[in-house]
Write a protein that binds this ligand. Structure first.
Ligand code: ATR
Length: 279
């Protein structure tokens, strides 16, 4: 039987998901296709009706529908419900169930190159407190870490993020200035805001003067592939982790939910990088 997958969102013309999932379909030795279903808010109900009629096996959901999609589901995974966002829908015997693979995809992507990063003394700093930060915080809390501090321009949003995990008594909310001053505390720094993204590639959210030797600096922005923050981190001897790896691994997890197949996708990180470079 042929696998039918896709993506809903607006705009999605430049999405890398078809490239990623076409590779996964091939790697899994399956037959199928991953299609783009673009539509504005007004068209969304008819797009979803079409997907129901076509009995699509599963689809991804991206901006701006990660919240509104919840109204069209039959079921929602506990984590996705807590986060209030869904990026993956699975057709489970005719019922649509929503999941969020962003956070766990991020954790998979960073554990691949840094398998020993997480232990009871690992101190993490997340920059930003939006949708991506929420998913990453939740997933990192499920790893063994000492604390996960959150620095955000709007402090209220960071405080709200920490309420996702009521038993987290070790993590603090910081300003960017405070984060810069105590940067040497952190073993992992995760940049989740849009600062530094094309076309504003000369922007850097915080200065890294105090970065710890051996720390990992991670940026979820993948255009450019190496952001100013990552280039700076590298020049200071820190390890770096690129945003496109997260993209690949959140796809890996979605594909696993659709097909039950856990693919080894490590070799595709470099291939995706070449694709992003236009090679
Ligand atoms: P996403 O779903 O990609 O995380 P989002 O929910 O809109 O997007 O969150 C954007 C994040 O980037 C927020 O943390 C936002 O900070 P605020 O909460 O203060 O708005 C942050 N952000 C965006 N532009 C920024 C800028 N110029 N300076 C600092 N933070 C910025």
């Amino acid at each position: 039987m042929s696998l039918s997958l896709g993506l809903i969102g607006h705009p999605i013309g430049h999405s890398l998901s078809p490239w990623i999932h076409d590779h996964f379909i091939q790697l899994a030795g399956l037959d199928g296709e991953y299609k783009l279903y673009e539509g504005d808010h007004e068209q969304l109900p008819s797009v979803l009706k079409k997907l129901r009629e076509e009995q699509i096996d599963g689809f991804n959901v991206t901006v701006p529908y990660k919240q509104v999609i919840v109204d069209y589901l039959d079921e929602i995974d506990q984590d996705a419900e807590t986060l209030g966002a869904v990026n993956t829908v699975v057709n489970e015997n005719g019922k649509w169930k929503g999941y969020s693979t962003d956070g766990e995809g991020y954790v998979r992507s960073i554990k691949e190159p840094y398998p020993d990063l997480f232990h009871s003394q690992t101190s993490v700093l997340i920059l930003g407190a939006g949708g991506a930060a929420r998913g990453i915080y939740r997933a990192l809390m499920q790893q063994k870490v000492k604390n996960i501090d959150i620095a955000n321009r709007t402090q209220e949003k960071a405080k709200d993020l920490l309420t996702l995990q009521k038993d987290d008594k070790n993590s603090d909310v910081l300003s960017f200035e405070q984060a810069e001053a105590q940067l040497s505390k952190y073993d992992l720094i995760v940049q989740t805001t849009s600062v530094g993204m094309k076309p504003n590639t000369d922007k850097q959210i915080i200065q890294l003067n105090n970065v710890k030797q051996g720390a990992v600096v991670s940026d979820i922005v993948y255009q450019p592939i190496t952001t100013k923050l990552l280039a700076d981190a590298k020049s200071r001897g820190a390890h770096i982790h690129h945003g496109h790896a997260m993209l690949l691994y959140q796809g890996q997890l979605a594909f696993e939910k659709w097909t039950g197949k856990n693919l080894d996708v490590g070799h595709l990180v470099h291939k995706l990088e070449n694709k992003l470079r236009g090679e």
